[in-house]
Design a protein around this ligand. Structure first.
Ligand code: NAD
Ligand code: ZN
Length: 357
């Protein structure tokens, strides 16, 4: 039972179908009595806006999101109710926790046991297969919410929960070595600007690729050693090779939401290079040249958010000041214009929505 006063309705951003516009309206708050064992209710302070939310709202992917959909999967808030008969909850009432993309998984299948819980067949995804954080309260699962380090502001922590975890895991699993060159197309966006910092913190040399003066200034300030504007470059492969000492980068982590950003990766990576597939453009496939993938011994690896351990590690680096989200705080009513900005590529870093009022 809850010691908190929980209203019957809340403000939420709802998408009724991929054809209908986003609408901010009052919807019921899940009642504490309706929570099953293992479920909890979180009152949100804030939530980041990920490009994934826009893909989900538009129906860009082969698997459709639920409808009506409340998107959002970078939420931070307080646990205000826990389902009756929940055993051994790792979080308690009043704890500040994060809601990430992976809201729940069985934790018992082979994938979960091996730490690939994101790919569990019973996975529930916030703001996709279950309602997410573009609402003042969200139902989640005690085993998967992430404790937020005490010294972190909610708004600072929010985007670590998807953008940070995803960027961190992709770099970690690329098995790059200290001193390697890493190329980051998408470096001025939500995932990318955090990838610049995680890569620098992990001892890598960063070549940032994106467009515009603001994203350039941000990437260089956050630790990138070199920068290429993809809209200005006349010879992207040549420019990337020159910027990384001639041979090309050891690793590329693609966080752009366009397939163009993948097009030449196999050409510019050095032999033995690793291509980390992260950005999820609509209806896209990878067109890697098979001959050069083979003779250059290129590894192509998909990287999907991160597991609970990746979440702790990504947050820990941020809590220790190694990584800082660059964001603009806006009200929930700014979600529509934020989607327009993501579509046009004008969002620098992240937009975080204040959910308190
Ligand atoms: P964002 O819009 O904030 O950032 C994308 C950036 O890519 C922008 O700055 C844009 O200018 C840049 N860009 C566009 N075309 C480019 C090109 N040809 N070369 C270089 N840069 C280019 O988006 P985001 O929130 O960072 O998300 C990025 C993508 O990652 C989305 O497709 C999202 O769905 C996906 N994503 C994947 C995972 C995962 O688990 N793999 C997790 C979260 C997000
Ligand atoms: Zn996301």
């Amino acid at each position: 039972m809850s010691q908190f006063t929980i209203p019957k309705t809340m403000k939420a951003a709802v998408v009724d179908s991929t054809e209908s516009p986003l609408e901010i309206r009052e919807v019921p708050v899940p009642s504490p009595e309706s929570l099953a064992p293992g479920e909890c209710l979180v009152k949100l302070d804030c939530t980041g806006v990920c490009h994934t939310d826009l893909h989900a709202a538009k129906g860009d992917w082969p698997i459709p999101a639920k409808t009506p959909l409340i998107g959002g999967h970078e939420g931070v808030g307080i646990v205000v109710a826990i389902g009756a008969h929940t055993q051994d909850s790792p979080v308690q009432l009043g704890d500040r926790v994060g809601i990430k993309w992976l809201a729940d998984s069985c934790l018992d299948c082979e994938l979960c046991r091996k730490g690939l819980e994101q790919s569990c067949s019973k996975a529930k995804c916030s703001g996709f297969s279950v309602d997410g954080t573009f609402s003042q309260y969200v139902l989640s699962w005690v085993r998967h919410v992430t404790p937020i380090p005490e010294n972190m502001d909610s708004a600072e922590a929010a985007s670590i929960l998807c953008a940070g975890i995803t960027a961190y895991r992709a770099i970690k699993y690329s098995r790059s070595n200290v001193g390697d060159w890493i190329c980051l197309p998408g470096a001025g966006g939500g995932l990318g600007h955090l990838a610049v910092q995680y890569a620098s913190a992990m001892g890598l040399r960063v070549l940032a690729i994106d467009t515009g003066a603001q994203k350039k200034a941000l990437a260089l300030r956050l630790g990138a050693e070199a920068w290429i504007d993809f809209k200005e470059s006349k010879d992207l492969v040549g420019d990337i090779k020159r910027a990384t000492g001639g041979a090309g980068p050891h690793t590329a982590v693609i966080t752009a939401a366009t397939s163009a950003a993948y097009a030449q990766a196999v050409d510019y990576l050095r032999p033995g290079g690793k291509l980390m597939v992260v950005g999820l453009p609509a209806r896209a496939s990878l067109n890697a040249d098979i001959f050069f993938t083979v003779v250059k011994s290129i590894s192509i690896l998909g990287s999907y958010v991160g597991n609970r351990q990746d979440a702790r590690e990504a947050l820990d680096l941020a809590a220790r000041g190694k990584v800082k989200c660059f964001f603009e705080l806006k009200p929930l009513s700014a979600l529509k214009e934020t989607y327009e900005g993501l579509e046009k590529g004008t969002v620098v870093g992240r937009v975080v929505l204040d959910m308190k009022n």
